[in-house]
Design a protein around this ligand. Structure first.
Ligand code: G3P
Ligand code: MG
Length: 265
């Protein structure tokens, strides 16, 4: 059973801000998701050299900017001088690497909920979890629902739990490990979010029986998304914003009228 208590959040999230319709982890991507009616986005956050949280997926800036080098070697100001849009298309030239602060401001202004995936090497995992959790608490304030922090790093999640226990957390995994219950309990996570190819109906039922919500990434096939929602998966993260649209659940009769975050049996 899905309840508002377990998942009071949007159920379809635009991956890396704007999925495949705009350069990843940019403000133009987040604006695209908002413009397409999405209620929530997933973004990737890590620390720049100066300690400022910025949006970036990879450990280097090579793939998604016109620069080269490790993210950890650029301050947020230096990062801002890089072009984060032209690799995706000339029409996006001039797009910057956003700070988390700028991304939150945009999401708050457009009514988007955020799943903030925290990425960090082991050496900076504790610091990153601590800083990002405190920054999200400061920037988001008392708005409801709270943002969801997620990470593949249990060190990150442990630090986030210690820093701001009231911010909900999700453990990211490729395949659910055998001891997922213990890991989730230790980190007081609300959800486990797995590569959809490793999810089964039986696992979703087991997680729900333990009061744990289930997320699935990165689901780009509408038929697979239907199956996952039929299994009771709470949320899917997608690149395909045109195929797995904001109104996808209602279109397939998988959610009651009134929005994709409404409770359902
Ligand atoms: O948050 C889930 C998903 O984003 C994990 O994959 O590599 O796109 O960050 P990745
Ligand atoms: Mg991610």
């Amino acid at each position: 059973m899905l309840t508002r208590t377990r998942w009071p959040y949007p159920r379809i999230l635009a991956h890396r801000g704007g999925g495949s319709v705009a350069p990843e982890n940019t403000l133009v991507g987040i604006r695209a998701a908002a413009g397409m009616g999405f209620a929530g986005v997933e973004i990737d956050v890590q620390l720049a050299a100066c300690g400022t949280p910025i949006l970036m997926h990879d450990a280097t800036v090579d793939r998604t900017t016109d620069g080269y080098g490790d993210v950890a070697d650029f301050s947020a100001d230096e990062m801002r001088r890089l072009d984060a849009g032209v690799w995706f298309g000339n029409e996006y030239a001039g797009e910057h690497v956003p700070t988390l602060e700028a991304a939150v401001a945009l999401c708050r202004a457009t009514g988007l909920w955020m799943n903030v995936e925290i990425k960090a090497d082991d050496a900076v995992a504790e610091e990153t979890g601590d800083v990002v959790a405190r920054e999200m608490a400061r920037l988001w304030g008392d708005a409801s629902p709270a943002p969801l922090l997620s990470s593949f790093s249990e060190e990150v999640l442990a630090a986030a739990l210690e820093a701001v226990p009231t911010l909900p957390r999700a453990l990211l995994v490729e395949a659910p490990p055998g001891d997922w219950r213990e890991r989730i309990a230790r980190l007081k996570c609300r959800a486990i979010c797995a590569d959809y190819r490793h999810l089964t109906a039986a696992f979703v039922a087991e997680a729900h029986a333990s009061g744990v919500a289930v997320g699935a990434y990165t689901v780009n096939d509408p038929g697979k998304a239907v199956t996952l929602f039929e299994w009771g998966v709470e949320a899917v993260i997608t690149d395909e914003l045109r195929d797995i649209r904001a109104d996808f659940l209602a279109t397939f009769g998988l959610a009651p009228p009134g929005g994709d975050d409404a409770a359902s049996e």
